[in-house]
Design a protein around this ligand. Structure first.
Ligand SMILES: NC(=O)c1ccc[n+]([C@@H]2O[C@H](COP(=O)([O-])OP(=O)(O)OC[C@H]3O[C@@H](n4cnc5c(N)ncnc54)[C@H](OP(=O)(O)O)[C@@H]3O)[C@@H](O)[C@H]2O)c1
Length: 321
């Protein structure tokens, strides 16, 4: 089979196309013939060496793949043969024509949802649903969705708007601002400009933000704190696009009566996994969608990673094995 092998950590070129023997499903595993593989932002960090790679290198890269189950290991429910699924791997093995994955890690794709759309929505949709559940929103609240034109960000914008919540988003540049507005943001601030937090005050005109969905991290939260509702404001920190988690001290929160919830790590990922079916169902019912920027051949994995790192993608990037 054709597969993308990560040879070492580093630049996108460490993702090399190779011809390998077909994998066989072990006991409890299914074998998926992949037709759409999502290229995920956290994968770029794993490839670069910022997050650990969970296996000795070289190894087939990739977290998720969508396609059809073509073979079963011992002990697997025979009804799964031929099913369309999105499979989550143990952190490697998904950028390939054939993907072996634990049967517990596959999510059935509902009728009415295309395989590409399912591949694109599963990760951002399930993360956004887990964040929304954690935020305990009430109608009439105001939320700030940082990076609202990203996969997770655009799902948050849609889900919040559908719950009667006023959504203020940030995005990098006018085209991504248009995307965030199309998904339901009432106002969008350009986070590529240095004074965007000051302009949040103008947009709020005396009001405050009840929930901040923080994906940028770094120093970006500090100037926002005085715009968050005292005693009731919640900050959910789930990403650090700026390169480091939110740089806040306990006193920053305590003196304003705010809470910060960390939404990352192994236990959090279990919460996200529990939302996978719900994300695909919401997409099948037309309640959630992700823009698809490009579908590239499997061999173009390095190009796909570069596109994400250059912030040049306007939606999901998929590989087609
Ligand atoms: N905790 C979790 O469970 C979890 C799960 C998945 C993802 N995440 C995190 O969520 C974040 C978004 O992931 P995604 O998959 O939705 O991303 P994505 O769709 O791949 O979007 C990436 C976008 O992030 C923006 N960006 C990049 N660097 C930035 C920076 N320094 N400041 C502000 N924005 C920047 C760019 O948009 P602009 O051009 O608009 O700036 C870029 O196009 C990432 O930090 C990711 O690691 C967390």
């Amino acid at each position: 089979m054709r597969a993308i092998v990560m040879t070492t950590t580093g630049a996108p070129e460490v993702l090399a196309p190779r011809d390998l023997d077909d994998p066989a499903p072990a006991a409890g595993q299914v074998l998926v013939r992949a037709s759409a593989v999502p290229v995920l932002y956290p994968e770029t960090k794993v490839r670069a060496g910022a997050f650990p790679f969970p296996a000795p290198l070289p190894a087939v890269f990739g977290f998720q793949a969508a396609g059809t189950i073509v073979d079963l290991g011992a002990g697997v429910d025979p009804a799964l043969l031929g099913a369309r699924v999105v499979a989550a791997t143990s952190g490697f093995g998904a950028y390939a024509e054939l993907v072996a994955a634990d049967q517990d890690s596959v999510t059935l794709i509902p009728d009415g949802l295309g395989t590409e759309a399912a591949a694109a929505i599963q990760m951002p949709g399930s993360v956004a649903l887990a964040l929304i559940a954690t935020a305990a929103l009430t109608p009439g609240e105001t939320v700030l969705v940082e990076a609202g034109a990203t996969g997770v960000g655009s799902c948050l914008v849609q889900l919040c708007a559908a719950r009667g919540v006023r959504v203020i988003a940030t995005a990098g540049g006018p085209e991504k601002a248009t995307l965030a507005r199309a998904h339901g943001a009432a106002a969008v601030l350009d986070h590529a400009t240095p004074d965007w937090a000051d302009r949040l005050g103008e947009v709020l005109s005396g009001g405050t933000v009840d929930v901040v969905f923080d994906s940028i991290g770094g120093e970006s939260l500090t100037p926002l704190l005085d715009h968050v509702t005292p005693l009731r404001g919640r900050i959910l920190s789930y990403g650090w696009l700026a390169g480091a988690p939110a740089q806040l001290g306990a006193a920053d929160l305590i003196l304003r009566g705010l809470t910060l919830t960390g939404c990352a790590g192994a236990a959090w990922l279990g919460t996200v996994a529990a939302q996978r079916s719900a994300a695909l169902d919401a997409a099948a019912r037309g309640l959630l969608s992700v823009d698809i920027d490009a579908t590239l051949p499997l061999d173009a994995a390095a190009e796909a990673h570069r596109k994400l790192e250059d912030r040049a993608a306007f939606g999901a990037v998929l590989l087609r094995p």
